[in-house]
Design a protein around this ligand. Structure first.
Ligand code: MOS
Length: 749
């Protein structure tokens, strides 16, 4: 465990960076294997079997019968598992750690269109899909709740609290409204958005006696392990989960959905390995989505722009099966200084699949509303939007009253404003024109909480002076491999290119879910601790070895630099780690490390910050919007790796452009079917939609948050970005669209 004294010896914040991604070569050469691509060790490829997940075609009711006669005799079929013959699970109610509701064929209830209701296993995927099409399913259909807008009056409080209370209130909101010189009172809406990582969900499962093995596309190998152990009532040690590469997750792979346990169940039934891979259409429904939001904001300000009161009331959809709170008003409690503040969250039950975490759950949608409302307020006040935000700058957390661990948002505003050329903006909308294009500038604040959990890691020093670092985390494409190599190298005193990284196996030292932007901040200090322990072991071997030039030194007088042990004082003798270990029986040295949040963590409020500025052009005739440039500056503490960090932030901004202009899942109100369950009709930004994205970070370490000074970076990029684009569209056109995404039809109206 890391102690305060040890922290002083921890690697400096600026650990030597790998020049490129650790996993870059493996990815571009196709050597990196994703869950569905594995062969099962010691099992011939021909013995693999393929499962197809059958989904309901009604939104509410029950299954009366499933006639399998035709499918049973179809080519290659090995098993058809339905609620009428599925093995009874010992723990049918067992829920994953993230408490997602899953459908495991234990009853005949149908709660949404697209719910998993059967699994067909065959020798090939084609045979499984064909047989699935031959099933004759009879339902007893019941009226379904599908029209969210028509059901708004049924909104009710969440049944379970989130990490904060659903409702908060401080100060005198009614009084602030009466005193206000200017009021913004508007409603903003955002649609359902589905996660579409490049890699759809997939599981390969096989039993080996009473133990079960999985390759799974996940953000949380130890969570999948717990889920499967609980569901099948197995000792934890009987489940092993591997996931060396995850092709994106964005929250959807933070939970083990139905297909994971269904693959394990199917493998038990057919007594062979089973591969269950979802296709793109199956990503829309059974594996979570960001819920719809209807957000009512009231901003009350005096004539100078000082906020007197903020009220943010959120209504979201939730599944009839399970509540999930998208906490869109959380950031409204802490982002701006205002005495009166009231927030609430309500839910409308519908027959949809359960909603779940999606990149910056809460802040991604919440900043759409809050930061658009701020822009409306600035316009009414004839005040610069940056000045308005600075007039309400929160020097401490106005919600909790606690000091920030670190906040330099003011510098973000100045730097990003300069980089976009904010001075070119005309505060009067519709004034800047280039031919048929209307040009506009807009900005917004970005923020996301800084999270950290206990984590463990190990470092092994090999006789040749190379090292291996292990941690049971995953790499979603975010850079975990790269920073693990960096921190092990820095802690040990060797070059990062000499470090081999092992992750993505539940047998490795335990790490938390790769969600909540917490991976780097959680595992970094654990790796630093393991590396330091390994270094101390190497040093103590040297000082106790009469043949070492460091023999008899005090441990604190010895350092390791570039793989060489040397005295800290100039001129002292040295030898390499490899020489030392060779002389000592070519031994390997192994050390474990762990870290957890600082003891005084609850005394502070920890958040990352950013300012996003956008320049858009809107065609005056077609109303097509093009985002020409985005300049964003972030205060995320120490930037651990420039390449992977930049990539995270740019990716978040691109998604923010998607929220602003394109993304929406449409569920029809008659059948409850997602009508655009594919990437042709579910629009996400492509390269041609994205202009220049200019990301900078302040790189000011936040050592109150963690010894590396680093806060998370994975989610903040999506926050604020959509509002910045929408605000730029208003500046270009004078049209304020409050129903996202801002498609051309809405600008025409
Ligand atoms: Mo993230 S939405 O916490 O995986």
């Amino acid at each position: 465990m890391m102690t305060a004294a040890m922290q002083e010896d921890a690697p400096p914040a600026a650990a030597k960076q790998l020049p490129e991604r650790y996993d870059g070569l493996a990815k571009v050469t196709g050597k990196a294997k994703y869950a569905a691509e594995f062969r099962v060790p010691d099992v011939p490829a021909k013995d693999m079997t393929y499962a197809w997940m059958v989904q309901s075609t009604i939104a509410n009711g029950s299954i009366v019968s499933i006639d399998t006669a035709a499918a049973d005799h179809a080519s290659g079929v090995l098993a058809i598992i339905t609620p009428f013959n599925a093995p009874k699970l010992p723990q049918p109610k067992a829920q994953p750690p993230a408490t997602r509701h899953v459908s495991l064929l234990q009853d005949t209830t149908v709660s949404y269109n697209g719910q998993p209701i059967a699994v067909v296993v065959a020798r090939t995927l084609e045979e499984a899909r064909h047989a699935a099409a031959l099933l004759k399913i009879k339902y007893a259909q019941e009226p379904a709740k599908l029209d969210f807008n028509a059901l708004l009056s049924t909104a009710r409080p969440p049944k379970r609290p989130g990490r904060e209370p659903s409702d908060t209130s401080r100060g005198d909101i009614k009084g602030s409204l009466a005193q206000a010189a200017v009021v913004v009172d508007e409603t903003y809406t955002t649609p359902i958005q589905n996660h579409n990582p490049m890699e759809p969900h997939a599981t390969i499962a096989w039993w080996d006696g009473d133990t079960v093995n999985l390759y799974d596309a996940t953000q949380y190998i130890s969570g999948v392990k717990q889920t499967i152990a609980k569901t099948f009532d197995l000792p934890l040690d009987s489940v092993r989960v591997r996931c060396p590469y995850t092709g994106g997750g964005f929250g959807s792979k933070g939970s083990a959905w139905s297909h994971v346990a269904l693959a394990v169940m199917a493998a038990r039934v057919v007594k062979r390995p089973v591969k269950l891979a979802l296709d793109r259409t199956q990503m829309f429904g059974p594996v979570g989505a960001r819920p719809r939001t209807v957000q009512h904001l009231k901003l009350c300000a005096d004539s100078q722009g000082k906020l007197l009161g903020i009220q943010h009331d959120v209504i979201i959809h939730t599944s009839v099966m399970e509540d999930f709170l998208e906490p869109s008003a959380y950031q409204t409690r802490m982002l701006y200084d205002s005495t009166a503040n009231a927030t609430s969250h309500r839910m409308v039950e519908v027959n949809y699949g359960v909603a779940t975490f999606q990149r910056a759950p809460g802040e991604a949608t919440g900043t759409v509303a809050l930061e658009t409302a701020l822009d409306e307020l600035a316009h009414k006040l004839k005040m610069d939007p940056v000045e308005l935000r600075m007039a309400n700058y929160a020097k401490k957390d106005p919600g909790s009253g606690k000091p920030w661990t670190s906040k330099h948002l003011d510098l973000c505003y100045t730097q990003a404003a300069k980089r976009i050329g904010w001075s070119k903006r005309n505060p009067m909308p519709g004034q800047l024109r280039e031919g048929s294009k209307l040009i506009g500038y807009g900005m917004a604040t970005a923020t996301y909480g800084a999270n950290r959990s206990p984590a463990q890691a190990a470092v092994i020093v090999h006789p040749d002076g190379r090292a291996t670092v292990t941690c049971g985390t995953v790499d979603l494409g975010t850079g975990s491999y790269t920073i693990m190599a960096q921190y092990a190298a820095a802690g040990l005193g060797i070059d990062p290119s000499l470090v081999e990284v092992k992750l993505g196996d539940s047998e490795l030292p335990r790490s938390p879910v790769s969600g909540g932007s917490q991976t780097a901040a959680s595992i970094g200090p654990a790796i630093a601790d393991a590396a330091m322990q390994a270094k101390l072991k190497v040093i103590s071997l040297a000082i106790g070895d009469a043949r070492s030039p460091l023999s008899g030194f005090n441990a604190q007088d010895v350092e390791i630099t570039d793989g060489k042990l040397h005295g800290k004082k100039a001129g002292a003798a040295s030898e390499s780690i490899a020489t030392l270990l060779a002389r000592n029986g070519s031994q390997t040295i192994e050390a474990k490390g762990s870290a957890e949040p600082a003891q005084d963590a609850t005394a502070f409020s920890a958040h990352s910050w950013g300012a996003v500025f956008a320049e858009v052009e809107v065609d005056a005739f077609t109303h097509m919007v093009k985002v020409r440039r985005i300049a964003a500056t972030y205060d995320i503490g120490t930037l651990i790796n420039a390449e992977t960090g930049n990539n995270q932030l740019v990716g978040g901004i691109v998604w923010g452009v998607g929220i602003a202009l394109y993304e929406a899942t449409h569920i029809d109100t008659t059948y409850g079917r997602t009508v655009n369950e594919n990437l042709a009709e579910y629009h996400v930004p492509v390269n041609a939609d994205i202009g220049v994205i200019d990301v900078t970070v302040l790189n000011i370490p936040d050592t109150k948050f963690n010894p590396m000074g680093a806060r998370g970076i994975g989610e903040i990029g999506i926050t604020g970005a959509a509002a910045a684009v929408g605000n730029a569209i208003f500046n270009a056109t004078g049209k304020r669209v409050r129903d996202f995404p801002i498609t051309p039809d809405k600008l025409m109206a």
